[in-house]
Design a protein around this ligand. Structure first.
Ligand SMILES: [Zn+2]
Length: 245
């Protein structure tokens, strides 16, 4: 599987950047994971025909993870009216907050599937499972598995021990960790880079890609903080870069 970072900032992008969005591909399969602001433009750089998109997975309905759905629905819905888009795109997402869930649909742009923790999805041989995280709105971490290789994406979350169990033995852990330890308070709904590294260490992982960067934090400082804890392959997500699993 190939994971391309379309956007890696939150809760707003830095100049020229985009919020959360990742394109997961394997041969002819294309899956979009999260669709924050700026992601659709980047998506079209990699996929010129929206008919090629097999499914969309949205971790949660905060705008930095889903706001470009509000324009993507026009690309799909208008394309359907013009006969250019052949079918509705399957989208897997939490059903709350309800007002956000309701706003996502336009014409028949999407076939909406609500995620629950026991949901299992199979997209052309890629098996997807979910783990509810600890975030102010309903949010899910996700596992994508094919041919014994597994990618785990944390979604947004503050630290909770079950995330280590969920990530255990994955080949690549795409984990939010975009703020420094000193900026974390008891109420921060996110992981610090150090906490992400500790989860990876406890889950005995080989490779971690940190993402969801607070745009005002210097990336090197995040790297340095995580590096002190995690001895294996540690990378910071880079927009446009592909990671192979
Ligand atoms: Zn969030």
């Amino acid at each position: 599987m190939k994971l391309t970072v379309l956007g890696c900032y939150g809760p707003y992008p830095k100049a020229g950047g985009a919020c959360s969005g990742y394109l997961l591909e394997d041969k002819e399969i294309k899956i979009l994971v999260d669709c924050g602001n700026g992601v659709l433009s980047r998506f079209f750089q990699h996929c010129h025909d929206i008919n090629e998109l097999d499914a969309i997975f949205i971790s949660h309905l905060h705008p930095d993870h889903m706001s470009d759905l509000m324009v993507m629905k026009y690309a799909i819905g208008i394309g359907q009216m013009q006969g250019k888009v052949k079918q509705s795109i399957p989208i897997y997402l939490p059903s709350s907050p309800k007002e956000d869930y309701d706003r996502i649909q336009y014409n028949d742009a999407f076939v909406r599937h609500m995620i629950a923790e026991d949901t299992e999805v199979n997209i052309k041989g890629i098996k997807i499972n979910f783990k509810k995280t600890n975030h102010p709105v309903e949010c899910y971490g996700m596992s994508f598995e094919k041919n014994g290789k597994r990618l785990v994406y944390s979604g947004d979350t503050k630290y909770f021990p079950e995330l280590e169990v969920f990530a255990k033995n994955c080949d690549l852990f795409l984990c939010e960790g975009g703020i420094l330890e000193k900026d974390i308070t008891e109420n921060t709904p996110h992981l610090s880079a150090k906490q992400a590294a500790e989860i990876a260490l406890n889950a005995n992982l080989k490779r971690v890609v940190l993402t969801h960067f607070w745009p005002e934090t210097r990336p090197y400082n995040l790297y340095a903080e995580a590096r002190e804890v995690f001895p294996n392959i540690l990378e910071l997500a880079e927009e446009g870069k592909a990671y192979f699993i």
